[in-house]
Design a protein around this ligand. Sequence first.
Ligand code: NAP
Ligand code: ZN
Length: 405
Amino acid sequence: MNEAWNDFTHEHGPGIQGRREILKSAAAVFAAPMLAGVAEGAQSPQHASAAAKGPFPARAYGVAGAKAPFAPMRIERRALRPNDVLIDILYCGICHSDIHIARGEWGTSRFPCVPGHEIIGRVQAVGSSVTKFKAGDMAGVGCIIDSCGVCENCQADLEQYCVKGWTLVFNTPDRVSGGLNFGGYSDKLVVAEHYGIRIPPGADLAATAPLLCAGITTFSPLQHWKVGANQRVGVAGLGGLGHLAVKLAVARGADVTVFTTSPGKVDDARRLGARAAVQWGDAEAMKRLENQLDLIISTVPKGYSIQPFVNLLKVDGTFVNVGALDDLEPLSGRALISRRRNVAGSVIGGIAETQQVIDYCAARNIKADIELIRPDQISQAYDRVVNKDVRYRFVIDMSSSKEAA
Ligand code: NAP
Ligand code: ZN
């Protein structure tokens, strides 16, 4: 994500001037006055008068550096532009990508860093030309909050492959004003309406938030490779993405096999709807599965030897990596040629497809298995995710930040 997952060109990159802006903006974070609430006019039921006049302070949880613990901080949100909405954040999921960036593992981090890209909240105010939302609506925001809008990929609703590079909701300069942006571990967010996702009435908000990244990231390959009933799908890594991959593939009638390094998750895999769960390194099971699978979605967050998994693909089968940015080990040309096998990658999904997964899941009551935490538990939650000890997504209850921060 951001430069790491983006074919990020300099059109959206900070440049020298932009970098100065980021530094200024970062300084402003700490200089922001410690006001108790948001800008007065932003409370307006319809249009955001005061929030439209200038940047306003918000509460957030972030890190000052790659080794720093999470701490409350004050940030600024931009003044509402005519097509912006102001969202009062209720819940934000914790994705492993937040961890990679907050801990500086991708080499693209900028500090202070306020992660969070599985955001759900209530629209508090809207800019003068907004038509998609009105005050009081529930809205979601995932990874993408801007893209060029005119390239062939944006035109095809594939903003995640914008040729000029899309803007991640945090850790990235704002394309208009240049300042570093901040994500959903916060009480407020300002975002252009196009990048807001409508949340259907009655949705379980906390358990729906993870669909905005983990859900769309696993839904998109199932759509792209047209997975249907009776096809065989493998899911490697049973974490936040992996458990939703299982639920979404099962919902399509696929026959799902989970590959896990955690013996304790075998029963869970079946409870989630998988037919089988194979422990990493079970050579016999891997042998039995050779040439059997149509699609494998790998959510493993690090590079590893994928050859044993590629060997499980049948003719025209595809191994799709969504987890690791690292190099994947060399592959046998023979293994690819002999079964016309494909090795692919995929990043999140466009805005239209994100709306689609939200609506699809609402109609089928598909949601994430979550553990709700307070903002002061984020650092511990990060350690637990890295230790594969989350069942299966932490979601921060941001309403508790209102007392804590
Ligand atoms: P997660 O909750 O930590 O799940 C990852 C799972 O992978 C773990 O629970 C574990 O499952 C397995 N695993 C195998 N080897 C591991 C290792 N060495 N360290 C940690 N876990 C290991 O993470 P997530 O939020 O699902 O994200 C997974 C990866 O996808 C991350 O790298 C994230 O950055 C990336 N991501 C990509 C996209 C995209 O658009 N392509 C979107 C979101 C996230 P078992 O216990 O079952 O082995
Ligand atoms: Zn994510």
